[in-house]
Ligand binder design. Structure first.
Ligand SMILES: [Zn+2]
Length: 229
C-alpha cells in the first residue's frame, strides 16, 4: 500500500481510550474528484471525511490519519454501541451506485491490500466488525451496495461470510440480528434491519422477509462468532 497523502481538515482527536475496533466500508456516490473535494472541504455546514478514498484504478488517498476520528459513519449502531466514528476507520470507495455498478477488479485488489494493512495495524478489528455503512445504519444507508463483493473479501480474510446449509435460527429473528451486531428494532423498523442483513449476505433477494434461508445464514454467522453479543 502506497497512499497519496491528501490531508483533510475534517477530523477530531480520538478520546476515551477505546481501541479502534470497527472498519466501515462505503461507496462515494460521486466521481473521484468531487468526492475528494467534499471530503477535504472544511467550510461545509456538515463537514465529512474518511480516512481513505479508493479510486476505481486502485489509487489510495489518505485524508485522515487513523489515530484521528474521521466523519464518515454519522448516526450508527453496532454491537450495542452508537456513533461509531469514535472507534472506527472508514474507507470511501469510488462508485456511483454500488447496487448498479460493479467494482472493478483492480479496485478490489487494492481494497483487499488496504484492509489487510488496516487490520494488521488495528488488531481489535475482529472479522465481525468489518461492516458496511448499511450494516450500521439500516434504512438510512445502502452503501457499499448489492454489487460489493463481500464474499471475495471474506475469502481474503476480511470480514465474515456465511457457510451454506446451517440450521435456521428459530424464534425471534430480531433478537438474533441484534446479538450479531445490528441495531435494536426499537430504533429502526424490523424489516429494514432484515433488509440490511440481506443486502450484505443475500443480495439476490432483499425483501425484508425473515425466511428460512435468511435465518440459516444468520445462524451460521452466529455460530462463527460463538453466539455471543
Ligand atoms: Zn457511507
Amino acid at each position: 500500500m502506497n497512499p497519496i497523502e491528501l490531508p483533510s481538515p475534517n477530523h477530531a482527536p480520538r478520546t476515551g481510550g477505546a481501541p479502534v475496533d470497527v472498519l466501515v466500508l462505503h461507496y462515494t456516490e460521486l466521481p473521484l474528484q468531487e468526492s475528494l473535494d467534499i471530503l477535504c472541504d472544511g467550510a461545509r455546514e456538515h463537514r465529512v471525511s474518511s480516512h481513505y478514498v479508493l479510486a476505481e484504478d486502485g489509487t489510495i488517498y489518505r485524508l485522515v490519519p487513523e489515530d484521528r476520528v474521521a466523519w464518515h459513519a454519522g448516526r450508527s449502531h453496532w454491537r450495542g454501541r452508537e456513533a461509531l466514528n469514535a472507534t472506527s476507520v472508514g474507507i470511501e470507495i469510488v462508485n456511483l451506485h454500488g447496487d448498479r455498478h460493479d467494482y472493478p477488479p483492480q479496485q478490489i485488489t487494492a481494497l483487499i491490500d488496504l484492509c489487510r494493512t488496516i487490520l494488521e495495524g488495528n488488531p481489535a478489528i475482529v472479522p465481525r466488525n468489518v461492516v458496511g455503512h448499511s450494516d450500521i445504519a439500516p434504512r438510512r444507508k445502502i452503501d457499499p451496495g448489492l454489487r460489493f463483493p463481500w464474499h471475495e473479501l471474506a475469502r481474503a480474510g476480511i470480514g465474515l461470510w456465511p457457510r451454506p446449509d446451517a440450521r435456521p435460527v428459530e424464534g425471534d429473528i430480531q433478537a438474533a440480528l441484534q446479538r450479531f451486531g445490528y441495531v435494536s428494532p426499537l430504533e429502526v423498523a424490523p424489516a429494514d434491519i432484515v433488509m440490511a442483513f440481506q443486502r450484505r449476505y443475500r443480495a439476490n433477494r432483499v425483501d425484508g422477509v425473515a425466511d428460512a434461508e435468511t435465518r440459516a445464514l444468520l445462524a451460521d454467522l452466529l455460530d462463527q462468532v460463538g453466539g455471543a453479543p
